[in-house]
Ligand binder design. Structure first.
Ligand code: SF4
Length: 247
């Protein structure tokens, strides 16, 4: 487990959620246990090479043969940290689903965390894997998947179990909403969060296509009003990196 299938390693801004605009290092793992209708990231087969930016934010990449070793990742990230002191808020582990790589994370996280705080982006369906690594994670961006938008079967119980572990760290929940999202699904997601902790921030993120929200503004406001009757911190935040033309 000293090496893992990676897709890319790059530096950009966080485009989603309450940390939007912060500069982060992104480490994208290959593979996911779900297949959401709106997914734009999962590649069916492991790429032969991970593309990695030697200079953070340069947009130029060098290939690293997959699977990539922790030593190779650390060499690159240490260079970024030393050349750009204070630039990166954290290291975002993204995918795909990073928690599919639990054994790799168990080995890698203490070392990676010596460089940057760890920000985990997860679909919130692998509670046992989270429990194994949660002490080495600083921030958790957790999805709750609504069947209407994701096309997934209901995952409420997995999300509930996940939330009960994730609450130990700084946490927010992201819900992708579409034009066909029924109010009952918003309500179920909110009650699930409330049962764990009503002050957990809930982010309503409209499905975007070609950088534009597909959800009418008035509908987004109604979703927010509905959620705010149950939770204390409900925000509507679209994906911003897309219309900034960033990775
Ligand atoms: S959980 Fe995320 S990465 Fe996985 S299929 Fe859904 S959108 Fe794609």
């Amino acid at each position: 487990m000293n090496s893992a299938p990676l897709v890319e390693l790059f530096s950009s801004i966080q485009g989603e959620g309450p940390h939007v605009g912060r500069r982060q290092a992104f480490l994208r793992f290959h593979g996911c246990n779900l297949s959401c209708a709106y997914c734009d990231t999962v590649e069916p087969v492991i790429p032969t090479h991970c593309r990695a930016e030697p200079e953070p934010g340069s947009g130029f990449f060098k290939p690293l043969q997959n699977p990539v070793s922790l030593a190779a990742v650390m060499e690159l990230l240490t260079g970024w940290r030393d050349r750009c002191l204070g630039l990166h808020h954290s290291l975002s582990l993204t995918g795909g689903e990073p928690l599919l790589h639990r054994d790799t994370l168990l080995r890698w996280l203490p070392t990676l965390r010596s460089l940057f705080p760890i920000y985990l982006e997860t679909n919130g369906t692998l509670p046992e894997s989270l429990a194994a690594v949660v002490d080495d994670v600083d921030y958790i961006s957790m999805d709750i998947k609504l069947p209407s938008a994701s096309g997934s079967p209901p995952l409420w119980e997995l999300h509930r179990n996940f939330l009960e572990v994730a609450i130990r760290r700084e946490l927010f929940v992201k819900v992708v909403v579409g034009i066909d999202t029924p109010p009952e699904e918003i309500r179920t997601a909110c009650l699930l969060v409330r049962d764990v902790e009503p002050s957990i921030p809930l982010i309503l993120q409209p499905v975007t296509r070609n950088g534009v929200s597909t959800v009418p503004a008035q509908l987004l406001l109604r979703f927010q009003e509905q959620a705010a009757r149950i939770l204390t911190d409900v925000r509507v935040i679209p994906q911003t990196h897309v219309f900034l033309n960033l990775l």
